[in-house]
Design a protein around this ligand. Structure first.
Ligand SMILES: Cc1ncc(COP(=O)(O)O)c(C=O)c1O
Length: 481
């Protein structure tokens, strides 16, 4: 009898672990590699609740408060709040505490799905600032300061700006000029720094959002530090923010049973990174420099450089570009998985992204070098296939006519329609190729023929597009209002 017959999830996890694959994805502790054995061995016994001496998350005055204060100190924040439901909850709490229904906010279009959900939940109107596009590497590039400035001057009634940096590919938007301008105009800057939690711990890493003047920044500990999945933090960086309001907002959307093991893993990760970050990142980046030197010599696959269009990338985020080859990012991801036992973080049409952290070993790095170089050699021809270029952005995604739908319209009174027949209809949901989780269609947007063609191409290449519904005959449907 199968000993896991009645526990399908445990069975799946057990089987995955048995395969002993090389972990190039989150969470950053890499299946415990980043934890001391003492911490690891005690984890389950730490799964406790509000007992004497263990403080209370919703009104912290003891151990939790001390740990959050140590966190503020390490990250250079005025105040930090632990989150136990990822950056998603920090993003929601930021919108809830800083804006009111109907407020306008400047927002980079390539934001995470949790930001779009925050707009709908709290009735905030985005003024989208469109990213630019690097044709060579087929990557979104953050909008320039001038674009943000113009958007601000064209919309002087915005309450602030929300910026995502770094993005999934490690591309960092410089925000010092933007924060200065916003502050001069009496506006605030909130930053989704979910992928940059490690930045404060080495001078070799990019500047942090707080160093560049963010008033709030939200970070996922679990993505790049040795901490458990769901661990994240909201930092306040300036006195423009009402601390109490933020705390109340976080409390409103957080379970009354916050996980002590998730919180303790943030205590662990912050302490570990503060004591060892400088040496650990120097070691990791030296190894990664060797890897990059090797991968630069490839002829067909390419490694995306650490600087692109003059914009810095997180040097720990390795991105391989397949756009000059006959294989897609998905095919490269699958080759690495099936033939080399390497699990990357994500892929899209042209890229495979690897998350490397302090918890990866030199052996892991040598194995990706070997695998990618071998795959590069096995690719016969540089492709002449038609490339899908910059995703066509729906004409209705403009600051002039986009309006978030009412929350209850979004949740109900909608119907499904064949994707082919949806031209001119209004999307009821998010349609997001995932990862990287950048919405192609937002709720309330008109669906264009370009959108339909682009989605069909992604689907034919085997991409997972969230928000589309698969009909019984396998065709794709979209939900419309
Ligand atoms: C840019 C960005 N922001 C926010 C989030 C949400 O983070 P979490 O999964 O910690 O809720 C993600 C998740 O992938 C992300 O990529």
């Amino acid at each position: 009898m199968d000993k896991y017959e009645n526990t399908p999830l445990i069975k799946a996890l057990h089987n995955h672990v048995l395969q002993g694959r090389i972990n190039m994805h989150m969470p950053g502790h890499k299946q415990g590699m980043g934890f001391s054995s003492a911490f690891q061995n005690n984890l389950l016994s730490y799964d406790l609740t509000e007992l004497p001496g263990l403080d209370n998350y919703h009104n912290p005055t003891g151990a939790i408060l001390k740990s959050m204060e140590a966190c503020s100190e390490a990250f250079g924040a005025l105040k930090s709040y632990f989150l136990v439901n990822g950056s998603t909850s920090g993003i929601h709490a930021s919108f809830l505490s800083c804006f009111r229904k109907g407020d306008k906010v400047l927002l980079n279009r390539n934001c995470h799905i949790s930001v779009i959900n925050a707009l709908i939940l709290f009735g905030i109107e985005p003024i989208f600032v469109m990213p630019e596009y690097n044709k060579e590497y087929k990557l979104p590039i953050p909008a320039s300061f001038d674009d943000w400035k113009n958007a601000l001057y064209e919309n002087p009634d915005v309450k602030g700006a929300f910026v995502t940096t770094p993005d999934y590919y490690g591309i960092c938007q410089p925000i010092t000029e933007l924060s200065t301008l916003l502050h001069c105009e009496g506006k605030i800057l909130i930053v989704d720094e979910a992928h940059g939690t490690h930045f404060p711990f080495s001078k070799l890493l990019p500047e942090t959002a707080l160093e560049q003047g963010a008033d709030i920044c939200v970070q996922s500990f679990h993505k790049t530090l040795p901490a458990l999945t769901q661990s994240a933090v909201l930092h306040i960086g300036s006195a423009l923010i009402d601390f109490e309001k933020v705390q109340r907002a976080i409390s409103m959307i957080t379970t009354t049973s916050p996980s002590y093991i998730v919180m303790s893993s943030m205590d662990y990760a912050r302490d570990f990174a503060k004591r060892n970050g400088s040496t650990q990142y120097e070691k990791l980046l030296t190894k990664l420099d060797e890897l990059k030197d090797q991968l630069m010599k490839m002829e067909k696959l390419r490694i995306v450089p650490d600087e692109i269009d003059g914009i810095k990338r997180d040097p720990t985020r390795i991105v391989i570009d397949t756009s000059l080859t006959d294989i897609t990012g998905l095919e490269l991801y699958e080759l690495l998985y099936d033939e080399y036992g390497i699990v990357a973080e994500m892929c899209d049409t042209y890229h495979v992204v690897f998350i490397l952290t302090m918890s990866n070993t030199s052996d892991d790095i040598a194995k990706i070098a070997n695998a990618i170089i071998r795959i590069d050699k096995s690719i016969k021809n540089i492709s002449s296939r038609t490339c899908y270029d910059n995703p066509p952005l729906s004409a209705s995604i403009s600051s002039k006519n986009y309006s978030v739908p009412d929350l209850y319209d979004f949740l109900g009174s909608t119907r499904q329609i064949q994707l082919e027949d949806a031209e001119g209809c209004v999307s009821a949901g998010l349609v997001t190729p995932y990862p990287p989780g950048i919405p192609l269609l937002c709720p309330g947007e008109k669906i264009t023929e370009n959108d339909i063609q682009y989605l069909k191409k992604l689907l034919t290449s085997g991409f997972d597009v969230h928000g589309l519904i698969t009909a019984e005959n396998g065709s794709k449907m979209v939900r419309i209002i």
